[in-house]
Design a protein around this ligand. Structure first.
Ligand code: PLP
Length: 420
């Protein structure tokens, strides 16, 4: 377990994350005794003297290494901010990460991290089923910078992936394995430990292949990729971590060394989260466990109702995986619960799926997920509209698919809505 600040311990034992969400990383005496951190709504911070300013920028720009016990002041909002720093400290607790970097959106976290670890000529290996925005960035934006991608199927074995890599002729250029598990929108799982072993086998003493996992669908409560061997964990904090559909944010977590690099790139990409977002997320984190646990329990009632419905062809829900399915083995190995995302194939294709979406009354027709309210959307024409039709077909995403994010409403009311 990673060493924490002294207030994380009681009687030699580390307190649980849900306990530490109320105060870790902040002391009321810093702010006139205020129980909660005030919002530091400022773009810049005053240095005590010119030497302090010089020291700060010398280290921030890598002109020299910090002295062992050198403590840094705050300088400028694109580099640091108290609300964001407290947030980052608290976020490390759930995933047992050494460090975290917060961003203005999930895409801010993903694109900044990929730009830091990829160079022209590199190859990024990725699980085929990923969020539409990430898919666009990897397949349309990265090639402009000479970075190639190679997708592997969600049920591919290590041997299948090694074969794909060998056939690509670019195995020696592999720089990152990027995984989204469970995947958006099909809830497919990828074996994170297998990806970590593959990355290790392709790393050399002067070139580490980094494994990054988008943990938005289950984390941080129900999946902890660092424990499975991942180097970096990414989130759209807009979803469960924010949890109220009222903010945009992203997070990258990992070792202190890797996050130092991610923060360096964040400074120049300008993708830093602001103070108000940091404050809102601190408030959200206090109820994170409660919200995610309740959503998961409501979702299991909804999924069970949908399972045998005559107008539904298939339900994609982790809680329904059965022994004998390779996905079940991965679920048992790396997930702590099924979460609250459910996708369904509606009999009758796009027209029937649209009729279903237009008829909903309690569940709102909107993209996004992880908020207290239930939402439903049509991935093939909305969140994943930009994924080519052939790639959609390859991962099993069709026009009959509807994705639902289940909130904390009473399950009977959601079922009544689905029923009508
Ligand atoms: N990752 C996943 C799995 C997502 O579902 C999303 C957005 O839906 C993102 C990343 C991007 O996050 P954001 O919209 O906060 O930029």
């Amino acid at each position: 377990m990673t060493e924490r600040k002294p207030e994380a311990y009681l009687g030699g034992r580390q307190l649980h994350p849900e306990t530490l969400m109320m105060g870790y990383g902040y002391r009321p005496e810093w702010s006139e005794g205020a129980l909660k951190p005030p919002i530091f709504q400022t773009s810049t911070f005053v240095f005590k003297n010119a030497q302090e300013g010089k020291d700060f920028f010398a280290v921030a720009y890598g002109l020299r290494d910090p002295e062992p016990d050198e403590i840094f002041s705050l300088a400028y909002g694109r580099i640091n901010n108290p609300n964001v720093e407290i947030l980052e400290d608290r976020l490390t607790l759930w995933d047992d990460a050494e460090a975290a970097a917060a961003f203005a959106s999930g895409m801010g976290a993903i694109t900044t991290t990929l730009f830091e670890f990829l160079r022209p000529g590199d190859l990024i290996l990725h699980s085929a089923s990923i969020y539409g925005g990430t898919d666009h960035f990897i397949k349309t934006v990265l090639p402009r910078y000479g970075i190639d991608s190679l997708g592997f199927g969600m049920n591919d074995t290590r041997e299948d992936i090694e074969r794909l890599l060998a056939e690509s002729g670019k195995a020696n250029k592999l720089a990152m394995v990027y995984v989204e598990s469970p995947s958006n929108p099909l809830n497919s799982l990828v074996d994170i430990t297998m990806c970590a072993e593959l990355a290790k086998a392709h790393s050399t003493p002067d070139r580490k292949v980094v494994v990054a996992v988008d943990n938005t669908f289950l984390g941080p409560l129900f999946q902890t990729p660092i424990k499975q061997g991942a180097d970096l964990v990414l989130y759209s904090a807009t979803k469960y971590i924010g949890g109220h559909s009222d903010l945009l944010a992203g997070v990258c977590l990992g070792s202190a060394d890797l996050i130092k690099r991610v923060r360096g790139m964040r400074t120049f990409m300008g993708s830093m989260a602001d103070a108000w977002t940091g404050w809102l997320l601190l408030r959200s984190l206090e109820t994170l466990k409660m919200r995610m646990t309740e959503m998961q329990s409501v979702a299991s009632c909804v999924a069970d109702y949908l399972k045998d419905h005559p107008k539904i062809e298939k339900v994609y829900y982790l809680g329904h995986l059965k022994p004998g399915d390779p996905q079940y083995d991965i679920y048992k190995k790396q997930c702590l619960g099924p979460g609250a995302m459910i996708s369904i194939d509606v009999k009758g294709g796009e027209a029937a799926a649209f009729r279903f979406l237009d008829a909903l009354k309690v569940i709102k027709l909107a993209v996004s997920l992880g908020g207290t309210e239930s939402l439903a959307e049509h991935p093939s024409t909305m969140t994943h509209a930009d994924v080519s039709k052939s790639d959609q077909a390859a991962i099993g995403l069709t026009d009959k698919l509807v994705r639902m994010s289940i909130g904390i409403e009473h399950p009977d009311d959601l079922i009544a809505d689905l029923d009508q």
